[in-house]
Ligand binder design. Structure first.
Ligand code: UDP
Length: 239
């Protein structure tokens, strides 16, 4: 079989919740290790990988706002949560011998490098996995938007959205047994039918920059590599 990948450079978005595993909070190291194994497989195929991880397993800004606190402070806490997750993933990658670097949108030089587009490009060109921490660095945004933004900045051929299910469905497959899965769908259709795969800002940014979004199950071991080889189970969102 032809093992050459169909994408040269990709951005992988995983939610913080994915890292939580079956626990109710925090990081399940075995899950971080498994995601690292998928990334290692992609690197072995020669694919350049950037990663954005959410922070929802630790903290979400809206939690502060809904408890009567300041949303901006809550979002700062959420962005810090993404840094914790990013360091956990870097640790899992390093354990496997995969060269990885964390670039944070919020400067914390004692802990990791600060993000700049040029630095990201040069690390990726050098074959390192670049983990983008701190979201966009701005409150009122999400890590989905950060993923679409970084995908555009690094010139990614595709934005991989790792989710709990194996693609985009006409309705929530966990609630509606008649829900059907799409093989392909356009960004415009996703927006029009409000198919909540990523927030609308992220989908709009991907569409404007002609970046296909690949929705697949983050829990399927080897699924990432299968899709990179042109197979696997996923929905391709592209115009
Ligand atoms: N966040 C933010 N700006 C960003 C990205 C994230 O303020 O650009 C904050 C926000 O409070 C969010 C939290 O970080 O709730 C965690 O990110 P997200 O909810 O996107 O994580 P996920 O749902 O993917 O785990």
């Amino acid at each position: 079989p032809d093992q050459s990948p169909i994408y040269r450079r990709v951005l992988l978005k995983a939610s913080g919740e994915a890292l939580m595993g079956s626990q109710g909070f925090g990081i399940d190291v075995s899950v971080a290790d498994r995601i690292a194994a998928d990334i290692a497989e992609a690197r072995a195929m020669g694919v350049e990988v950037g990663v954005v991880i959410g922070g929802g397993n630790i903290f979400r800004g809206v939690a502060v706002a809904s408890a009567g606190g300041d949303r901006v402070t809550g979002d700062h806490m959420g962005m810090l949560a993404t840094v914790i997750n990013s360091l956990a993933l870097r640790t899992s990658l390093t354990k496997r011998g995969v060269d990885a670097v964390v670039l944070s949108a919020i400067a914390m030089p004692e802990i990791c490098e600060s993000f700049s587009q040029l630095k990201a490009q040069s690390h990726m060109d050098a074959g390192k996995v670049v983990i983008f921490a701190g979201g966009t660095g701005n409150p009122f945004f999400t890590t989905d938007s950060a993923a679409a933004l970084r995908a555009a900045e690094i010139g990614a051929d595709a934005l991989f959205k790792g989710t709990q299910v194996d693609g985009v469905y006409s309705a929530d497959p966990k609630k509606d047994p008649t829900a059907t899965r799409y093989e392909r769908i356009t960004h415009a259709e996703v927006l029009q039918h409000d198919l909540a795969i990523m927030d609308t800002a992220a989908i709009a940014l991907a569409r404007e920059n002609n970046i296909p979004i690949i929705v697949y199950s983050i829990h399927e071991q080897g699924g990432f590599g299968d899709i990179l080889r042109g197979g696997g189970r996923c929905t391709v969102v592209s115009d």
